[in-house]
Design a binder for this molecule. Structure first.
Ligand SMILES: Cc1cc2nc3c(=O)[nH]c(=O)nc-3n(C[C@H](O)[C@H](O)[C@H](O)COP(=O)(O)OP(=O)(O)OC[C@H]3O[C@@H](n4cnc5c(N)ncnc54)[C@H](O)[C@@H]3O)c2cc1C
Length: 402
């Protein structure tokens, strides 16, 4: 069984224009002021928009109906994620933003009832935010088993010590899920780490700084934190899943997560292409001679449209595989979309900037925000080179002699 474009449901086809209208009406007019200003000081305004989203029945599309969401399947949510990606505020307003969406999935599947009640329910309602602390400044993040953060069980408590960075959205978050080594001597390196939930008012936790990203320090949801855990104690009931399951849970979190990111990136590409076309038509090189009359510009428009279409088909096909056969069976496809779509996105943002000339590098359009902040897409969720290796190894294996 294979994905075809007719696999799209009636429900999602009805929802897409509603989300599209919402972001055009409510988000496009205010987004620049927020992304180039202070996120924190705009929280009341953003909250008011979340209330409108709730009233219109569009909030938290990824959650089940009984959790207050729209009960969408992965492929259906993927289509919505594409639309929301057109604004840097899209996913946040509808409470389906990374890293919270991944943490919701983790807690939903693997947390005990106490943690669900105390942390998952308010997270799903959008009353609190969370973050995910795995990467460490002193160890190569592309080798996930290489971690120094330790959690040692003392009586009924885990004592955590470690140093993490790129803990996205730590500023203003209520809790983090931290990956720490609990069994350093386990012969299987993939069974040495565990995930623990740490409330961020814990005295052993510190947000050291928001890390400046290409000149932009960011704040609140739009930030990346450097954080420390110093004799940070949490009850043993704050363990997620079982001891030693950290990497297995991280894998669970990453499969659907890559679909969400890739569809969001496609939404960015669509908006960049739209801006590119509008500028090409408006800007006149000579009276009556718009930029769009130039063949190079036409090539960029055509190539971008083809890249977007190819990306969408690849990602939806992968979502279909995950939805019907599980993330494990789609391992190489998940790697393929990660590096393919991130490259397409950077190429299209760059073309759109070039078409805008000097205006393209100003903060008068959203393009410079994406150029700065989406460059990380080729690095996070596993650097592109690692994903290319996964695919190449699979291909080369088919040549091995019996
Ligand atoms: C915007 C952003 C948000 C992030 N958010 C989070 C978060 O919320 N939580 C979290 O825990 N982490 C987060 N990260 C961290 C991210 O997961 C790591 O940056 C990533 O895993 C790479 O690790 P590293 O930065 O240590 O790079 P390194 O491991 O030092 O790798 C450096 C480079 O080496 C090359 N390389 C590595 N391995 C290979 C290989 N096998 N073959 C060929 N080349 C290779 C790649 O080019 C890679 O970019 C985020 C990162 C970014 C940029």
């Amino acid at each position: 069984m294979q994905y075809s474009s007719s696999s799209s449901s009636k429900k999602v086809e009805e929802l897409v224009p509603k989300y599209d209208l919402f972001i055009q009406k409510h988000l496009f007019p205010i987004e620049k002021e927020i992304i180039y200003g202070s996120f924190k000081s705009n929280l009341p305004r953003l909250q008011a928009l979340r209330e409108i989203a709730k009233k219109e029945g569009l909030f938290a599309p990824h959650l089940s109906l009984h959790e207050g969401g729209l009960g969408l399947e992965l492929m259906e949510f993927a289509r919505i994620s594409e639309v929301l990606g057109k604004s840097p505020l899209g996913h946040y307003i509808f409470n389906c933003q990374a890293p919270d969406i991944g943490n919701m999935e983790l807690l939903h599947q693997f947390a005990n009832e106490m943690l669900k009640e105390k942390y998952l329910v308010p997270l799903q309602r959008g009353d609190i935010r969370s973050c995910f602390a795995m990467t460490e400044p002193n160890n190569a993040g592309s080798n996930p088993v290489h971690l120094s953060t330790r959690a040692i069980l003392e009586g009924n408590e885990y004592v955590i010590n470690g140093h993490k960075w790129f803990t996205s959205s730590a500023d203003g978050a209520n809790f983090t899920i931290v990956m720490a080594i609990t069994d350093p001597d386990n012969p299987n390196p993939y069974q040495r780490a565990s995930m623990l939930l740490v409330p961020l008012d814990n005295p052993g936790y510190q947000l050291v700084r928001n890390i400046p990203i290409m000149g932009d320090i960011g704040d609140d949801y739009m930030s990346h934190g450097e954080v420390t855990f110093t004799n940070c104690r949490v009850p043993s009931s704050y363990l997620i899943g079982k001891e030693g399951q950290g990497f297995a849970l991280a894998q669970e979190r990453l499969g659907p997560g890559r679909i969400h990111h890739c569809m969001r990136w496609i939404g960015i590409c669509e908006r960049a292409l739209d801006l590119m076309c509008r500028r090409a038509l408006d800007r006149e090189l000579d009276p009556g001679k718009p930029l769009s009359s130039q063949q190079t510009i036409q090539n960029w428009i055509a190539e971008s449209a083809a890249d977007i279409k190819a990306s969408r088909l690849l990602v939806l096909e992968t979502a279909y595989q995950i939805q019907h056969f599980g993330a494990k069976s789609a391992k190489e496809d998940i790697s393929t979309i990660k590096f393919f779509v991130s490259e397409v996105m950077m190429k299209i943002i760059d073309r759109a900037i070039q078409v805008h000339g000097a205006l393209g590098i100003t903060d008068d359009t959203v393009l410079s925000f994406w150029y700065r902040h989406e460059r990380g897409a080729k690095i996070y969720d596993g650097p592109d080179e690692v994903h290319k290796s996964v695919l190449a190894r699979r291909i080369l294996k088919s040549y091995s002699k019996p």
